[in-house]
Design a protein around this ligand. Structure first.
Ligand SMILES: [Zn+2]
Length: 228
């Protein structure tokens, strides 16, 4: 099945079988890399105690779910006695979906597909869509912490969930990049966030005047000449 090459490979995983039925199941194993270390004491004196199969949702291909069934060694540290399952790149411990799959749901939801729609197409609950979306918003915020405020900031708001209301997307208009996604759309929720951004003072200028922010723009960016 050469077209499956399009499905992102996971580093270190050796695929030994693919079943193409109502869904696609890719079977693979994760051999113990020589560089594996104990997460507690960093010892390399490790022994394989058993093998665990992790079943993960990995993507959608041609309308079919792609599952990974990966055999992963359970190791015992010879120094401190800790048992642990070898981590898989791109998969968080105890998750039943790869980060690629979770990220796809995040992007689709961010792009406007509803939780109900994604629940149907991706076979997950609406609460899961919301939780995953929130996870990635938190990642983005962490990633962006300490970054300077863009010189020209565009804003756009979109409906997030009934419970959480609106989210506002901040766009760096000079570099044509999404700068951040923030929950809320009024000054109360965005003002505190924007006030924390370094490099805002004096050079803040904002294009666009969407939603409630337009009337508050001059409060958030007091020195901005474009805000009215
Ligand atoms: Zn150890």
């Amino acid at each position: 099945m050469p077209e499956l090459e399009f499905i992102t490979r996971i580093p270190g995983v050796q695929i030994y079988d693919i079943f193409d039925g109502p869904s696609i199941t890719i079977k693979g194993r994760l051999p113990r890399p020589p560089s594996a270390t104990c997460p507690r004491c960093e010892s390399q004196v490790l022994r394989i105690k058993s093998t665990q199969t992790r079943r993960l949702k990995h993507g959608l291909w041609g309308g079919k779910f792609v599952y990974l069934h990966l055999k992963v060694p359970k190791l015992l540290c010879g120094r401190c006695g800790r048992h642990f399952v070898l981590p898989i790149a791109g998969v968080l411990p105890k998750r039943r979906a790869t980060e690629q799959f979770r990220q796809e749901v995040f992007h689709l939801h961010h792009g406007g597909l509803t939780q109900k729609h994604l629940s149907r197409t991706h076979g997950i609950g609406t609460a899961t869509v919301e939780r995953w979306y929130h996870d990635f918003v938190v990642y983005r915020v962490k990633e962006l912490e300490g970054r300077s405020c863009p010189l020209v900031l565009g804003i756009d708001e979109h409906f997030f969930t009934r419970k959480r209301g609106y989210a506002t997307t901040l766009v760096d208009l000079r570099n044509h990049k999404v700068f951040d996604v923030v929950l809320g759309r009024d000054e109360a929720s965005l003002g505190a966030y924007l006030a924390r951004l370094p490099g805002r003072e004096g050079s803040g200028s904002r294009d666009g005047s969407i939603g409630n922010l337009s009337k508050n723009g001059s409060q958030i960016f007091p020195e901005c000449k474009d805000c009215s």
